[in-house]
Ligand binder design. Sequence first.
Ligand code: ZN
Length: 440
Amino acid sequence: MEDTWVLRGVAPLGGDPTDVLVADGRIAALGADVATRDATVVDGHGLVALPGLVDLHTHLREPGREDAETVATGTLAAALGGYTAVHAMANTSPTADTAGVVEQVWRLGHDAGWCDVHPVGAVSVGLAGTQLAELAAMAHSAARVRVFSDDGQCVHDPVLMRRALEYVKSFDGVVAQHAQEPRLTAGAQMHEGIVSAQVGLAGWPAVAEEAIIARDVLLAEHVGSRLHVLHVSTAGSVDLIRWAKSRGIAVTAEATPHHLMLTDELARTYDPLYKVNPPLRTAEDAEALREGLADGTIDTVGTDHAPHTREDKDCEWAAGAFGMLGLETALAVVQTLMVDTGRMTWADVARVMSFAPARIGRIDDGPMAQGRPLAVGEPANLVLVDPAARWTVEPERLASLSRNTPYGGIELSGRVVATFLRGRPTVLDGRPVAREGATR
Ligand SMILES: [Zn+2]
């Protein structure tokens, strides 16, 4: 028999406190003083209960770069960050462009047991941008892939992008685009603007992102297919997506915690810790992203958790790898920026970090359903957050194998106290709870 838990006095989506009874992997009852016989009681007074978080944009690095992250360490970091499902990007070695590789990643996630792992399938063979990968084989594999992306690379050939959009319609998939016009960004190191001119690093202009988004929303409209825009980083991109949605185009969009919070001013340190693709932009861009997230133009917060070894980050800027950690800090960044400032409610947080990403990834249905309402009979995928906690990020204490967080020394509000995956705690008292027999 599964464990039975009573979460005493928690506030679902920040509303009125109540008890939650978790039994047999589901939410069995909600209300005052639910039965506690044989149940383990968690004192949840002062804690906000949210549906388990879902990330559409995680790099787990396995297979190929297990020195930077493994499926086991990355999903442990996810559980500690409040996630019950992550989508693992395809830019591994070998590339996740066949049924065999996506099934391998899916199985590694299942065996580790920290959260559900949904592999993203590559759009093109080897992310090379020329030949369409075996999308249907991945969709019909045990991993049931629904999100396809060459993330790290842009699908820049408009004919290939059109074919991918047409192809995924047959299994209700979505193409997730890393919008970066390659010719406009050859050799780019950081955002093109005043700071890049002053520090003397090659610029990555906003138009290189916006031109691809403009093209792709029109292609999605023409084909009648679903497009998801990864890591939107510029104010102009937010405007384009707002326009596309006003036309009824089936486009969704993501912002990352780092693009919401940080700016290109950090490049003045010449520390490649702040080197990321797309680059950190201006304060005006970050503000446009926060506004877009609050008004629903931006649908999701995706971490773009991108672990890199010390060797790949402790070097001069131009030689450093692009990318930042994100899974263990995303919720706190969103609370600090959006909830503490009154721009979003906890219900909004549940929307952008659980309901919407689960819906976009088509994992909101069936026995493995995620991103479901906190209601009786639903799978008990839950995160309990202490919104009053304040903490300073210490890179050495993160569960990720890598240390490249841009938030070291920064104080954030909100800590994950507990995470439940289908009724089983993966995190309690802020510490991991390994499943019996799980691999490490
Ligand atoms: Zn990307």
